[in-house]
Design a protein around this ligand. Structure first.
Ligand SMILES: Cc1ncc(COP(=O)(O)O)c(C=O)c1O
Length: 381
């Protein structure tokens, strides 16, 4: 328990709450919790499924076979990827669970795993629980926030057994290319490193560019898996449902550890998830259009005050540089204190996030334009 990382963002929430308690009208751009409701047709499917006694029983240990079939059909339809529903798909109670339990399931204490820096902080919980050795790989702006495998220390590469990627990326909004994923498969094969590509924002790509799935890369299933969540694509963050797909050995390890930890997810939620995957995906297209509109509006408002964003290609985040003379944290503190605008300091995602703050575009346009107006008054740009 003592190894578990400190929850950096719990501190941010405390600071924001303290500001709100003073009566300030805080514009909260610090969070990553989708603001839109779950689409009606999914809620209705859930209501119907909840009323059926068959769904009140224990779920099958490894999840509803129908959901696994729907997942395979979804990957085939959306990405042209073939998956064996029983051997290559594991149902997760939210993708975070899979990401945290996987190192514990497949590594031995003292093994090495590589995480991106900056990166999603919850990956660190898996490192602590598995008692593995952590190495970081820097994501640099000059490389479009993709790792450069040639930069990694040879001894680290030799030791490493597992690495995580996350595109579209939290916190930077960067997206991956098919060439990068091909390089990743080659690198992983050469060095016998398992790959986990966190595709939480897989549905959210802008400018007509659909984020590529790692599993579309030839040979990807030989080296790794992709995790996916309903939280972002279908605004189902509170429902806790996701899946992992790909390499059969890694999927078996997840299923095996889950046999001992859980009895899968409430069956009615799994039925609603089937409805979501089998739908025509219009709700997803509408949601992406909303996020793209917000991104464009926020970028315009920020540029109008001289604050130049990193040009994100996906996710619902904007990755914003801090002005000279500030750190991520001192700038975030200043914005909260003087403008009542909450943003997530980049260093909360690792040392590689220093020099940036993350803005979540999870409120409607008038509010973030107002946030930019308040920030303008500070005269920093
Ligand atoms: C990069 C990334 N991965 C995974 C998750 C976890 O998603 P969930 O556990 O809701 O599936 C999140 C949630 O914010 C995320 O930002």
């Amino acid at each position: 328990m003592q190894r578990l990382p400190k929850q950096f963002f719990a501190n941010l929430v405390r600071k924001v709450n303290a500001k709100v308690a003073t009566g300030a009208d805080v514009i909260n751009l610090g969070q990553g919790n989708p603001d839109q409701p779950t689409p009606d047709f999914i809620v209705k499917a859930m209501q119907e499924a909840t009323a059926k006694p068959a769904n009140h029983k224990y779920s099958q240990f490894r999840g509803d076979p129908e959901l696994k079939k729907a997942t395979a059909a979804f990957y085939k339809r959306e990405y042209g990827v073939e998956l064996d529903p029983e051997k290559e798909i594991a149902i997760l109670g939210g993708s975070k669970i899979g990401l945290v339990e996987l190192p514990f399931a497949i590594l031995n204490p003292g093994d090495t795993m590589i995480l991106p820096d900056p990166g999603y902080p919850d990956y660190l919980s898996g490192v602590a629980l598995a008692d593995v050795r952590l190495e970081l790989m820097r994501l640099k702006e000059e490389n479009q926030f993709l790792p450069d495998y040639d930069d990694l220390d040879a001894a680290v590469v030799q030791r490493a057994k597992l690495m995580y990627l996350n595109y579209p990326n939290n916190p930077t909004g960067a997206t991956a290319t098919p060439e990068f994923f091909k390089k990743t498969v080659d690198f992983a094969k050469q060095n016998q490193i398992g790959v986990v590509q966190d595709f939480a924002y897989g549905a959210i790509g802008f400018d007509g560019k659909r984020p590529v799935s790692f599993l579309q890369t030839p040979g990807a299933k030989d080296v790794g898996i992709e995790t996916y969540t309903f939280s972002k694509s279908y605004n189902m963050a509170g429902w806790r449902i996701g899946f992992a797909a790909g390499n059969a050995d890694m999927i078996e390890a997840i299923n095996l550890i889950q046999d001992h930890l859980f009895v899968s997810v409430f069956p009615a939620i799994q039925k609603a998830a089937i409805t979501a995957l089998n739908s025509d995906q219009q709700s997803v297209r509408d949601l992406v259009a909303l996020y793209e509109k917000r991104r464009n509006q926020f970028f315009s408002a920020a540029r109008a005050i001289g604050w130049e964003p990193y040009p994100s290609g996906g996710s619902f985040y904007a990755w914003m540089p801090v002005p000279k003379g500030y750190t991520s944290e001192s700038f975030a503190d200043l914005l909260l204190e003087k403008a009542a605008v909450a943003v997530a300091p980049g260093n909360g995602f690792g040392a590689g996030g220093e020099g940036f703050v993350r803005v979540g575009l999870l409120i409607d346009e008038p509010r973030f334009t107002e946030a930019c107006q308040r920030i303008k008054k500070l005269g920093l740009f």
